[in-house]
Design a protein around this ligand. Sequence first.
Ligand code: 5GP
Ligand code: ZN
Length: 134
Amino acid sequence: MSEDCVFCKIIEGQIPSNKVYEDENVVAFLDANPVSKGHTLVVPKAHVDTVFDAESMEYMWKPIVKVANAIREAFDVEDMNINQNNGSLAGQEVDHLHFHLTPRYDGSEIDISYNRSEPENADEVAEQIRSKTA
Ligand code: 5GP
Ligand code: ZN
């Protein structure tokens, strides 16, 4: 529990939420400001700020897939974004790790876009990352 963390307060039951799933390590609840019907946040019960501190949280994956399929079946929707923001430049507003599950309905207008470019020095860029994964 981190003081002043809104998701810790939800996990502790101090703030109400529309919970859709819970297990020993993970909770999932509806986003308070959904971008589409069924927009759900999947959240570890243990507080970490970002994915950079989440190496031991391999238990996140099964609930993410379970809840994604639950949304898919509940609303008969085949398309979905799953995204996760780290840091303010990346759009993170709540500093407690969370995954957004956002179903996409035909005709829905959600602006999630990346401006693509031609790669520059891809061999060097790959090596810079590869050297840190060893
Ligand atoms: P972020 O921008 O950090 O990736 O996303 C944070 C999300 O948390 C936002 O989509 C926002 O609507 C949601 N949120 C913020 N406060 C609350 C809250 O008190 N309850 C719920 N259910 N969602 C919240
Ligand atoms: Zn927290």
